[in-house]
Design a binder for this molecule. Structure first.
Ligand code: MD6
Ligand code: FE
Length: 216
């Protein structure tokens, strides 16, 4: 797993933002994509919707772990123990993700949600802050797979200075400290810029974010 265990932090990045380029080897990425493919058989991708307007996200989602992030028109952003369509518990968190979290975030406080985002060609994600967790100070760990994305991150308020980062297949990004509370999103994904996802998923990008939701 640690082919290039090299943490990047830059002076102009928000404090607590750390990138590990290519931390997951090709084999780990392949096993993880197989685990995603298996999980999606049981917990298919759903279309999240904006609270109030009911406008669909362009990204489709599923989750690993005891809690999953969901959003719909009526009840908005929240964590739920059951899939919104199948009403079944989410698939178990793969060991590879639990191990990554134990190494990079906290070996004593396991992640409860592993949000799977699937970006088909053209999908993007608007600037947002992840604030639906009680454990607001625990870092979020993100893994990118498939096509490359341009990730944008700003400050604590909307409308300020932002910078962009390229996230590739096998990259791991940690958002802790100040970065945990910064606006961020995905501007775009670059077609054919990385390994193909399994045919059962489709072309594009998978991002998995591991989150601690409840306080111990
Ligand atoms: C994505 N990531 O990479 C979207 N959030 O597709 C996120 O929204 C994100 O990468 C919190 C922490 C890390 C992230
Ligand atoms: Fe986020």
């Amino acid at each position: 797993m640690q082919a290039t265990f090299h943490a990047i932090r830059e002076p102009d990045w928000p404090e607590g933002l750390v990138l590990y380029p290519g931390l997951l080897t090709g084999n780990s990425c392949q096993s993880l994509l197989e685990a995603v493919e298996e999980a999606l058989k049981d917990a298919p991708l759903f279309v999240p919707r904006m609270p109030g307007s009911g406008r669909p996200f362009s990204v489709r989602m599923s989750n690993f772990g005891p809690l999953g992030w969901v959003s719909d028109k009526e009840k908005g952003y929240r964590y739920e123990p059951l899939h919104p369509v199948t009403n079944k518990p989410w698939p178990e968190m793969p060991a590879i993700l639990r191990d990554l979290w134990a190494r990079l975030v906290d070996p004593r406080l396991p992640p409860e949600a592993g949000l799977i985002n699937y970006y088909a060609p053209g999908a993007r994600m608007g600037l947002h802050v992840d604030a639906d967790e009680e454990a607001t100070d625990v870092p979020i760990l993100s893994v990118s797979l498939g096509w490359t994305a341009r990730f944008r991150i700003g400050g604590l308020r909307r409308g300020g200075h932002t910078l962009s980062l390229v996230l590739k297949h096998g990259d791991v990004l940690i958002m802790g400290g100040t970065a945990r509370r910064c606006y961020h999103g995905i501007d775009r994904i670059y077609p054919e810029s990385g390994p193909s996802l399994p045919a059962a998923i489709g072309p594009g990008r998978i991002n998995i974010t591991l989150r601690r939701v409840t306080l111990p």
